[in-house]
Design a protein around this ligand. Sequence first.
Ligand SMILES: [Ca+2]
Length: 179
Amino acid sequence: MRTRSITVPSLLVLAVVSIVCAFARPAAAVADMDPPVLTNLRVEISDGPTAEPGETVTFTFDITDATGVGSVLFCVSGPESGDGHMLYAKRVEGTTWQVVWNVTDGDRPGVWRISYISYEDSSPLRNSKTDWPGESGPTVTVTYPEPVPPTSMEEIIQSIITMILNFIAQIVAAFGSLW
Ligand SMILES: [Ca+2]
């Protein structure tokens, strides 16, 4: 009985086929190495142009990624060092995401800026990027309402007299319509 032996040319063919197969893998196996792309950042204040405590500041932007966006974190900083908020963005529709900042009494008046935006994709590699808008980014000016000056006694008496006269006028008008 003759045994079939593997010849040198056979091994060469096998090696070539292996190499060709290795390079012919589908493109889907290529890992996503790119972080998301963030564009079109804009800001809106609920009752602008300045933001007072109780008002809402909304940063809106578009963000895309081949394997999906994982998380987006904004850091807004106030006029003094130590003033700041870390705010996570939420997807609102399609590629549009938003960060909402509810301005409160604790927020110092002055110019606030986005010190950084940190974002990553949802691929296993968690490809990430950090932007530093700072001086070149959108700004939000926080203001407080003007204090209302105290009402003088003369104004209080005058308003009471006006109220009484209006009341009398209404009674007269009511009786007038009955007669
Ligand atoms: Ca990516």
